[in-house]
Structures are given as C-alpha cells and as structure tokens.
Design a protein around this ligand. Structure first.
Ligand code: ASP
Length: 448
C-alpha cells in the first residue's frame, strides 16, 4: 500500500479547531499513515509559541527551582486544546503534572523544549485514535551530536512495520548518554523527513500555512507566481539564499532516499502546493527560471596578482587563512589573475576584515587588494537555464535597463544558477527586474 508521511507545523496545530482540520486531512487519504507533529505555534501574531514558553520554564526551573508559574501558560494551552477537541476521557492534567515535575528535575533546555511536541503528539494521537510513538525511541544522535542515521533508520523501520497509523513528535530524539536532545529550531521538518526515509515512504507531505514556494519574495515582488514543481537542487539553491519554507537540513534524508516532498497548506488543502522532486524524477518544466532569491550584507575581497594561474598553491594559501581564522566563505569566483572571496559581513566584524587583509598581503603578496562592502547577492535559479542560449544576456540586459550596477558575477558550474553581486541599495530593484524579465509580468514596486 502507498505510504505518505505527513508533518504538520506549529501554525497548523495552534489550537483545537486547527487540530480538527488536521484530523480531516489525515482521514481523507488512507495512505497518510504517519503524522509527525510540531508543538502548538502562534494563534495570532502577538501569541507565544509553546516551545518558547517551555524555554521559559527551563529558565525558571534553573533560577528558582520551580517552573510552576511559567508552566501555567503551557498548561492552559493544552487544557484548552483538549477541551476544544472534546476529549473528555483523556487525562491531560496528569500528563501535564508529570511533565512539570520532570522539567524541574532534569533542568535541561532540550528536554523542556521537546515537551511541546511530546504533549501535542499525545493529544493528537488520542484525537485520531492512532498509536503514539515517542521520538526518543526512534531518533538518535551520535557522540558529536549529529543525527545518527545508521542507528535510527533500522529502529524506525522495525518499530513502525507493524503499526498501521502513528503520531510521532517532531524536533527531538535521544543522545548517546540517553538524554533528550533537540534539532535546531524548526527541526520537526527534519524529523518528518527522517521518518519518511526510514519507512521508504512514497511521499513526504509537509503541511504548513502557505501554499508552497513562490518564485520570488512576495514582500518585494507583488503576487509572484507559485512554483508547482521544483527539483531538490533548485530548492537547495533558493533556500540557501533565504527562501525558507522548509528547514534547510530537512531536505537531506528524503533526498538521499529519492522521496518527493510536497508542501501543502493546512488552511487551503485544495491548493496544489509545491512538489519537490529528486533529479531523477524531475522533468524540465516549461520555465527557464524556477525562482529568484537573495540576501543582503556580504563583503567581497578581490585579490589580483599577475601570473596567479601559474602559482601553485595560491588559492590554498588564501583559503587556509580563512580556515585558521574560522571564517566561512560563500563563493569564490576566479579569473586568470583574480580571485574573489564573498563572505557574509557579520563574520568580518570586530577587526576581522583588517586582520584577514593583512594576512593575505603577507601570504600571497597581491598586486592589488580591494574590498567591496554592503553587497547583496541575488541568485536566479533554474535547470532550464543550462540548455538555453542567451539567458545570461537577458538577465544582464534587464539589470542594465533597470540601472542596476553589477559588481560581481558567479555562475555555478552546474549552470543551475547565476548569482550577481550588487549594492545592498539595489537589492529590491534587482529582484524585480529579473522577475519581470523571466516571468514576463508587470511588477509594481511595492516599496516605492
Ligand atoms: N517547536 C519547534 C520550534 O518552534 C520545532 C518545530 O516546530 O519544528 O522550533
């Protein structure tokens, strides 16, 4: 039988009526066998996520020895959810008492934070009449704190083999010492992906509060097109550049297992959403460009030296300086006699930039060393670009017509993307010009 693993985010589970909606979605398709759930999120913009309330509980437990006062808000959230769902026989009060005691006793931030997912999964399992399976028995971390796939996948597969339907809390697992450990914030996306991979699901559905990915940032480009189908590689490029619907690390487990992801909107289940496909299953879509994304605040260090190409070890010397100083670089466009380093400006604060320049001068004696600050990067991403002549000409013409000065160009070797470096101030103009060129719409400036 077909198997779909569904992950529901915090906004999809913020209160009882939303959880009712989620139950309808799960019941609507028998292939939806496993639900991985987040903690209840915000019900309105000034609301506080249950996970944040729980971090408060942890702080109170450490500072005063008791989280009772802070835990009252968590208690209210779950009590009202259970009431709204009409689960009269579900003894949430005892489970909450036990949780409060454990938060006080364990004094672990990860343990406290994980209880939002734990409690929500227990409630949702009761609502659905499905089995609750604790993530602490399924997801394991290794001694370095990284997800231990070798240990986790067989355990999950074996445990779920005989369970037709289960609700599993997202966000946490168990470390080598047997303690609860969480992923980084938003990590339930990763848990869902892990479960999907372990049971070799046909599809990983990620239910959230938007109807999939948009081809550009809607705060900058008015009503951008929806992306119906995107490849893992394209998504990686776009989400790395700031287009985030999914936790960046959540792609890897399903990607390795060639399992497609579908982003769906809990509040508009009739919308098609975005399908994310492994390269093997991805057929080129009509569009040349799939999406455009970008980030501000980079610094570019240009290094020029004649005959650089003949000097063995030049790049290694430069890169080892970055390595020794613990500075991460994003891109390294090169020419015959030039090498540029594109670095997020936040890494260069506190005198780091001057220190790097000094070390580069001493190590490779460049003819010319120049720094460009306040640079934004904009990536235009699409598999279609590789096979089509004139794509970059169109892009650069559009930018020049819009009066955007291109300070740097980097085309990925896969020809999946073209990245331009521009002044921070030109960022919005740049995104709109590229969007207009490739999506052919009149884009009104929302900021102007
Ligand atoms: N509840 C966790 C958070 O707020 C994890 C998640 O929702 O994915 O970050």
């Amino acid at each position: 039988m077909k198997c779909i693993v569904c992950k529901f985010g915090g906004s999809s589970l913020a209160d009882g009526s939303n959880i009712g909606r989620v139950a309808d979605i799960l019941y609507a398709d028998p292939a939806r066998r496993y639900a991985v759930v987040s903690a209840p999120g915000k019900r309105f913009s000034a609301d506080v996520k249950v996970t944040d309330l729980l971090y408060e509980c942890y702080r109170a437990a450490c500072e005063t020895g008791s989280c009772t006062a802070a835990f009252a808000a968590v208690r209210r959230r779950f009590t009202s959810i259970v009431e709204e769902l009409g689960l009269e026989n579900f003894d949430i009060a005892s489970i909450l008492d036990e949780t409060e005691r454990e938060i006080d006793a364990r004094k672990s931030a990860d343990f406290a934070a994980s209880r939002g997912e734990y409690l929500n999964a227990r409630v949702i399992a009761a609502k659905l009449g499905w089995e609750f399976v604790d993530a602490k028995d399924l997801v394991f971390f290794d001694e370095r704190g990284a997800f231990d796939e070798e240990r986790s996948y067989p355990v999950i597969a074996e445990r779920l083999k005989h369970i037709p339907n289960a609700v599993i809390p997202g966000f946490y697992g168990t470390d080598v010492a047997g303690n609860i450990k969480t992923f980084s914030r938003g990590g339930s996306d990763i848990s869902g992906s892990i479960v999907a991979r372990a049971v070799d699901a046909d599809l990983y559905e990620n239910w959230t509060d938007v109807s999939g990915f948009l081809a550009a940032d809607p705060r900058i480009v008015e009503k951008p097109e929806k992306i119906e189908v995107i490849s893992f590689k394209e998504l990686r490029e776009l989400s790395y550049m700031g287009a985030n619907v999914l936790h960046a690390d959540s792609i890897f487990p399903v990607r390795k297992g060639d399992i497609p992801i579908k982003i769906k909107n809990t509040f508009r289940p009739q919308d098609a959403g975005t399908l994310i496909l492994p390269s093997k299953k991805y057929k080129k879509q009509g569009n040349l460009v799939t999406g455009i994304a970008g980030k501000k605040d980079f610094t570019v260090i240009f290094i020029e030296k004649s005959m650089m190409n003949a000097e063995v070890g030049f790049a290694r010397k430069v890169l080892s300086i970055l390595e020794e100083d613990g500075v991460n670089f994003e891109h390294m466009p090169t020419g015959i006699d030039t090498l540029s380093l594109v670095i997020e400006s936040r890494y260069l604060a506190g005198g780091m930039l001057d220190r790097l320049l000094e070390q580069i001068r001493a190590a490779v004696h460049p003819d010319y060393l120049r720094v460009l600050e306040n640079i934004a990067l904009v990536a235009t991403v699409g598999h279609g670009m590789a096979a089509s002549v004139g794509t970059s000409a169109r892009l650069f013409r559009a930018l020049s017509e819009a009066g955007v000065n291109v300070r740097m160009i980097d085309q990925g070797s896969s020809e999946l993307n073209i990245i331009v470096g521009i002044d921070n101030d030109d960022y919005e103009k740049c995104l709109r010009a590229i969007y207009r060129e490739f999506f052919g719409k009149a884009v009104q400036s929302m900021a102007e």
